[in-house]
Write a protein of this length. Sequence first.
Length: 214
Amino acid sequence: MWRSLTNVDGPDEAWLGKHGRPISYGYLRGRWPLADYQTVFAREPASAEMPSAGRPFTRRLVTDMVTVGINLAPVVLHCGVSSLEAGEIPQAEWFQVPPATAWLMNETRRAGGRLIAVGTTVTRAIETVAAIDGSVTPRQGWTDLVLGPDRPARAVDALITGWHPPRASHLLLLEAVAGAEIVQQAYDAAIAARYLWHEFGDSCLLLPPHDRLL
């Protein structure tokens, strides 16, 4: 990671929007506009990478989900660099779980519903504010939480995610939510079907058995 001090005319965001470009992966050809790296949920400029699990969502899809009774609750994320070297743990990331979101998640759990996180960064943010009993509290700040065998998920019980390379720390997070067997089955199917990895790749829903369903 390189850090720099800028001395530019006007806001840093405007200068970066003009001269900077997002992180790209090897299978992409050419340069894509910044708008293509922003999900339908994007509101605040601050992320280093796109939270790519939410990229397939469209305004029409969100409307259809709400129409059939699926609630969506916002979480503010300033995603860091996720393309780490094998074995490196995730870096600290800034997040905000608003009071209305925490209330909705707690009420959903009480009603026997599921908390399905859209992405590993969302999962990390929610689990940072999750108590041992799975209840969540509103909070904002930096999280360095690493989910895995020593810290399984408490609140999130299903996950929409992209595909991560072998030995990536995100794989331990997926297993902390869905279990190693389901994750392995999903990756076997993804490799057989030649799904694409990373930000413009495919997404999947990891949906383990749900004990709270009534």
